[in-house]
Ligand binder design. Structure first.
Ligand SMILES: NC(=O)c1ccc[n+]([C@@H]2O[C@H](COP(=O)([O-])OP(=O)(O)OC[C@H]3O[C@@H](n4cnc5c(N)ncnc54)[C@H](OP(=O)(O)O)[C@@H]3O)[C@@H](O)[C@H]2O)c1
Length: 289
C-alpha cells in the first residue's frame, strides 16, 4: 500500500515507519506538511495519490492545551478536518488516531467504542472535535483511540521514570488514575493490520490490562532492575492544570466484532520496549556514549 503518514517524527509516526518496513510505501511528513494548512494538505494528498492517509500528527501536550486552546483545536480539530476534506475530494480512506481522553473517566468498567464520549479538558475536547469532523465528512474512515502511549521516538512516561528511578532516592506517582499503557510499535502494527481489512469504524487500541500510573512505574522499575521506592500520591496533590480521567480503560470491542486479534498484554509489550528496543543509554538513564 502507498500510505501518506502525517506526524511521522512523533512516537507513533516513528514506530509506524518502523512497523511498515519494506512492505508498504510510506510517504512521510511531519511539520513540513502542516495539517492546519488546508490548501497544502489538499494538494499534497492529490499529488501523492495514497491508498490511505494515516494521521499521527497531533497537539499532545495535555497541560499545554489548557494554556493554548487555539493551538490545540487548530491541530487536533482543524487538522483532521483538513485531512478528511482532502480524502473526501480524492475518495481515499483516512485513519485518524485519537485518545482515551475523549471519555470522562467516570466509568467503573472498560469503555467500548459504543460508549458516549464526554471529554473534560481542552485536549480531550479538541481530539473529540477532530473525531467528529472525520466521521461526519467521510464514509470510509478509521478512528483509532489509544492510551498512555510510549515508544522509542519521543519523550514519554517510561523514559522519564527510568531516569527518575536512577537519579532519585524515591519517586512519587499517582495511584488514583487507572488506564492501559500502550507501546506505539504495537499500536502501529495493529493499525497496519486494520487498514488492510477495509472494516471501517471506531477502534479502541490499547495494550491489554488496567493499572494505575503507580503500578506502571513499579513494573517499569522491576523490568529495568531499579530498586528505588515508588510511593503513592493523589491526583489532587499533584495539582496539574488539565483534568485527568480517573478511569480510562478501554475494551477493544470493535476488534472482537471484526474478528481481529486483540492487542497483547501491556507487561509483555513493556518488557520488549525496555529490554529489547530502547537504546542502552536511555535504558540506564545515563548519557549516550
Ligand atoms: N502520547 C500519548 O500518551 C497518547 C495517548 C493517547 C492518544 N494519543 C494520540 O496518539 C497520536 C500519536 O501521539 P504521539 O504520542 O505519537 O504524538 P507526538 O509524539 O506528540 O507526535 C505528534 C507529531 O505531530 C507533529 N505535529 C504537531 N503539530 C503538527 C502540525 N500542525 N502539522 C503536522 N505535524 C504536526 C509533532 O511535531 P512537534 O513535536 O514538533 O510538535 C509530532 O512530531 C495522537 O493522535 C495522540 O493524540 C497519544
Amino acid at each position: 500500500m502507498r500510505i501518506l503518514l502525517t506526524g511521522s517524527n512523533g512516537q507513533l509516526g516513528t514506530d509506524f515507519r518502523r512497523a511498515a518496513g519494506a512492505g508498504h510505501e510510506i510517504v512521510a511528513h511531519d511539520l513540513d506538511l502542516d495539517i492546519t494548512d488546508r490548501a497544502a494538505v489538499a494538494s499534497r494528498v492529490a499529488e501523492v495519490e495514497p491508498d490511505v492517509v494515516v494521521n499521527a500528527a497531533a497537539f499532545t501536550n495535555v497541560d499545554g492545551a489548557e494554556a493554548d486552546e487555539l493551538a490545540a483545536y487548530r491541530v487536533n480539530a482543524l487538522g483532521p478536518q483538513n485531512l478528511a476534506l482532502a480524502c473526501q475530494a480524492e475518495d481515499i480512506p483516512l485513519l485518524h488516531v485519537s485518545t482515551d481522553f475523549v471519555f470522562s473517566g467516570d466509568a467503573t468498567e472498560p469503555y467500548t467504542e459504543f460508549d458516549r464520549p464526554d471529554p473534560r479538558g481542552v485536549y480531550g475536547k479538541s481530539k473529540y472535535a477532530g473525531e467528529q469532523y472525520v466521521s461526519g465528512l467521510l464514509d470510509c474512515f478509521y478512528i483509532c483511540r489509544t492510551s498512555w502511549l510510549y515508544g522509542v521516538g519521543g519523550g514519554n512516561f517510561v523514559k522519564t521514570m527510568l531516569k527518575a528511578g536512577r537519579e532519585r532516592d524515591e519517586v512519587r506517582v499517582v495511584d488514583d488514575q487507572e488506564g492501559s499503557p500502550t507501546y506505539s510499535l504495537d499500536l502501529a502494527r495493529k493499525i497496519l493490520e486494520i487498514i488492510e481489512t477495509g472494516s471501517f469504524g471506531v477502534y479502541n487500541l490499547s495494550n491489554q490490562g488496567s493499572i494505575t500510573w503507580n503500578r506502571f512505574t513499579k513494573d517499569i522499575f522491576e523490568i529495568a532492575g531499579i530498586e528505588t521506592p515508588v510511593l503513592p500520591i493523589s491526583t489532587a496533590e499533584l495539582a496539574r492544570p488539565a483534568p485527568r480521567p480517573r478511569y480510562s480503560t478501554m475494551r477493544g470491542l470493535a476488534l472482537e466484532i471484526a474478528g481481529i486479534e486483540p492487542m497483547r498484554g501491556y507487561r509483555e509489550a513493556l518488557e520488549d520496549f525496555i529490554l529489547r528496543d530502547l537504546p542502552e543509554h536511555e535504558q540506564s538513564g545515563g548519557k549516550p556514549g
